[in-house]
Design a protein around this ligand. Structure first.
Ligand code: ZN
Length: 197
């Protein structure tokens, strides 16, 4: 199901998320639902990634495209979901690149981040995995990891840039009525396409 994406300044976006307890029976039942909601919300919004607090779930999980640099339209199989992820290493070299966030419609910001990141996480079966990601994927992972700690991309830039971003967001929200409808239409059309696959 494509979920409604929480936008700034909703308080859900600034909370630290809880770890998932894989030993609970309820986790076994709920994790596939959470995975599907993350996957559908990414595909329905043409996003690179989505973190659970953005869809109103206060748990440590997020999804990103396995290869965000591919040009074909992604499908469910192109998305990787990480549970209880933890950054264990980042590269000393950093780069600046533009980022967007579904919770900040209409805003893009130049954010400095390490070029590569190694993380330990659990897959949906609760098995520990380690991955090193580079480039755009490393950036997407770091952006989504931040969401799990209530950190937003506006917190990664100067006060001046943050002020500018919030103005852009306000401008965008004023036009929301009409934009929102278009976004919903796109999401609906995308959901229909997914059902047919
Ligand atoms: Zn985001």
């Amino acid at each position: 199901m494509i979920n409604f994406v929480t936008t700034y300044p909703n308080v859900a976006l600034t909370k630290v998320c809880e770890s998932i307890d894989f030993t609970l029976d309820v986790a076994k039942d709920y994790l596939p639902i959470l995975r599907d909601n993350i996957v559908d919300t990414i595909l329905g919004n043409y996003a690179l990634g989505v973190a659970s607090p953005q869809i109103g779930v206060n748990l440590r999980a997020f999804g990103v495209l396995k290869d965000p640099e591919i040009s074909k339209t992604p499908t469910k199989d192109d998305i990787q979901v990480y549970y209880n992820p933890e950054v264990i290493l980042v590269s000393p070299s950093k780069e600046d690149a533009l980022e967007g966030c579904l919770s900040f419609p209409g805003v893009s910001l130049l954010v400095t981040r390490p070029l590569s990141v190694t993380l330990r996480y659990y897959d949906i079966e609760g098995t520990e995995q380690v991955e090193t990601a580079y480039g755009l994927k490393a950036r997407a992972i770091q952006h989504e990891m931040d969401h799990l700690d209530g950190v937003l991309f506006i917190d990664r830039v100067s006060t001046l840039k943050k002020r500018f971003a919030l103005k852009e967001l306000a401008k965008h929200s004023k036009k929301k009525g009409h934009k929102m409808l278009n976004t919903m239409r796109q999401a609906y059309a995308r959901a229909m396409q997914l059902q047919q696959q």
